[in-house]
Design a protein around this ligand. Structure first.
Ligand SMILES: [Zn+2]
Length: 194
């Protein structure tokens, strides 16, 4: 019998690091307060830590795949240095229906609010999605998590509480996450108490 893993799926910008718009340099990576302590709590609870990130800047041709991968290495190193917690994986979606980069111009199944990245991660890491969580700042993160069967937590960092300007009519923005809070540490406490 194989034992399934449990996971916390995390959005990147606005959850782990400050949403500084287009991030290309190490200096622009700022861990949000409390992130270190929250990740330590998750690690103690045996959750795998998997980042799932839409990368519209790749779709726009502003960042290459190599740049995104090296940014993720830097984020990982920063977190590990601060907390000695290692992130387990990063997944990103470079697609967009109106991408300027032709190879990324598609209505894919991985761009949140679609659950593709979570499903792929679950397969790769043998994750039981029903015992796992998504923590995001956008409602679309939570919708993706919900579609994958996870419990959903929205962290309100204050910048993404309104529907995005380029809203898609097929997305139900009225979806209510299972829990809403203001910092990642509150999310960790809620999950720890369940
Ligand atoms: Zn995609």
């Amino acid at each position: 019998m194989t034992t399934m893993n449990i996971a916390i799926f995390l959005a990147r910008d606005g959850v782990l690091i400050k949403d500084n718009g287009l991030i290309t340099k190490e200096e622009e990576i700022e861990l949000l307060p409390d992130v270190g302590n929250a990740l330590v709590m998750f690690a103690l609870m045996q959750y795998k830590l998997i980042v799932v990130s839409n990368q519209p800047d790749m779709a726009r041709g502003l960042l290459s795949e190599d740049q995104v991968r090296s940014l993720h290495k830097l984020i990982e190193a920063k977190i590990e240095q601060k907390t000695s917690v290692a992130l387990d994986d990063f997944f990103f979606c470079p697609h967009h229906p109106e991408a300027t980069v032709e190879k990324y111009r598609t209505g894919c199944t991985c761009r949140k609010p679609e659950p593709g990245m979570l499903l792929e991660a679950a397969k790769k890491h043998a994750v039981d999605l029903t015992k796992s969580y998504i923590i995001g700042d956008h409602i679309t993160d939570c919708i993706a998590g919900h579609k994958a069967g996870c419990t959903t937590v929205q962290v309100l960092t204050g910048v993404h509480t309104e529907p995005p300007i380029e809203s898609f009519s097929n997305i139900d923005y009225s979806y209510k996450p299972d829990y809403t809070c203001t910092t990642l540490i509150e999310a960790a406490q809620w999950i720890g108490n369940r």
